[in-house]
Design a protein around this ligand. Structure first.
Ligand SMILES: Nc1ncnc2c1ncn2[C@@H]1O[C@H](COP(=O)(O)OP(=O)(O)OP(=O)(O)O)[C@@H](O)[C@H]1O
Ligand SMILES: [Mg+2]
Length: 356
């Protein structure tokens, strides 16, 4: 059984058992639990309703003199796969672990970015956090990148792997904040690359950020001229490199397997070579990987947006203009095969278009 199958099995067994998983004290809720459970979005304490959430109804409420985020589980998650079906339970499980990690002095600073959980009950389908008075991240400047990677480092060392670092899951209120843990899974950082064990070495924290978010952010910069995009990429990569060096030395000191240490060393060496030499080649390699993977994600989830079409445009242009360079950097199929696949992708994306 793969680690993923094992997790699904354990989570489904937990759901079937009828057991409760609670974080915090019911008595500390700013409104009676029954009232939170019955919230529909029309109450006087309601400030805002986010209807977009796939797993949960998300409300901004006002109670006890401040604003809170109330997440209520949907009867049925809109994502029709096992990860989707178990994502609310998963989020509460991870929040219980995060709460413990945040209280551990070794992780407290690194996990500043992680929103607190004031109260949660799996059986009542309720999750209450302080409201983050922030904005989506538009620029990804140095301060924001440093804060994000600091949080990622602490999460990895704490044994938690975040898969979904998409723009909708990061906010900035003067400090980068993470608050959606529906697709964060536990793993053993000393022996595993991510929550798939050692089966998928291509997925790691910096890759997740670049794929789900950062390369989409670089697209408009590319249109203003390659120099801007390359400079932004250089900043991000240097911060990622420093983070991975710290990660490797920490894991090494804790007795990580050579498989894990060598895997990190290979990534670090590849980045170093790009940063000290051909930055453009490193950019092309990471951009290709990011746009390709995220496109597959959008098609698999049947949720395509304007960003999906921008990615297809980028990939088509890369095949047209940089195919020779690509061949030297990554293993790619024949140009005609790629063009056919991208044409099909565009057709499917039109079919599955949703508004962002
Ligand atoms: N604590 C918070 N403070 C401020 N805004 C929040 C907070 N929690 C959630 N939001 C807002 O609500 C939106 C949806 O929240 P969240 O991502 O947690 O829900 P979700 O159902 O898991 O969504 P999805 O499955 O679509 O990712 C976020 O994109 C964000 O704008
Ligand atoms: Mg989300």
């Amino acid at each position: 059984m793969t680690p993923e199958q094992q997790r699904h099995r354990n989570q489904l067994a937990f759901v079937a058992s009828g057991a409760e998983l609670e974080i915090g004290e019911r008595a500390d809720c700013p409104l009676p639990l029954e009232q939170l459970v019955a919230t529909t979005g029309t109450e006087p304490y309601m400030r805002e309703y986010f209807s977009g959430g796939l797993t949960a109804h998300v409300y901004r409420i006002h109670a006890g003199g401040r604003d809170w985020t109330l997440k209520r589980a949907r009867e049925r998650c809109k994502v029709q796969n096992l990860d989707g079906q178990t994502s609310f339970l998963n989020e509460i499980q991870r929040r219980a672990e995060l709460r413990a990690l945040k209280r551990d002095p070794r992780f407290a600073t690194g996990l500043r970015a992680i929103v607190d959980t004031h109260y949660a009950s799996f059986r009542h389908g309720v999750l209450l956090s302080p409201w983050i008075d922030g904005e989506p991240v538009r620029t990804w400047d140095e301060r924001q990148l440093v804060e994000l990677f600091e949080a990622l480092l602490a999460l990895l060392l704490g044994g938690l792997f975040e898969w979904d670092l998409c723009p909708g899951n990061t906010l900035d209120d003067g400090q980068i904040r993470l608050f959606d843990f529906g697709y964060m899974y536990p793993f053993d950082p000393l022996r595993q690359f991510n929550s798939n064990g050692t089966a998928t070495p291509e997925f790691h924290a910096a890759e997740r950020f670049e794929t789900r978010q950062f390369f989409a952010h670089l697209l408009p910069l590319e249109r203003q001229g390659d120099r801007l995009a390359l400079a932004a990429f250089d900043t991000e990569k240097r911060i990622a490199l420093e983070t991975y060096r710290r990660l490797r030395s920490e894991l090494d000191a804790r007795g990580a397997s050579t498989t894990v240490v060598d895997w990190l060393s290979d990534i670090i060496t590849g980045w170093q070579q790009g940063l000290n030499g051909d930055l453009d080649a490193l950019y092309l390699r990471e951009a290709w990987r990011s746009h390709w993977l995220d496109l597959q994600d959008d098609l698999d989830g049947q949720t395509c947006t304007a960003a999906t079409f921008s990615r297809i445009d980028w990939l088509e242009q890369a095949v047209r203009e940089r195919y020779h360079d690509l061949q030297l950097l990554v293993s790619v199929e024949a140009a005609e095969t790629l063009q056919t696949k991208l044409r099909n992708a565009r057709r499917m994306a039109r079919q599955w278009q949703v508004t962002a």
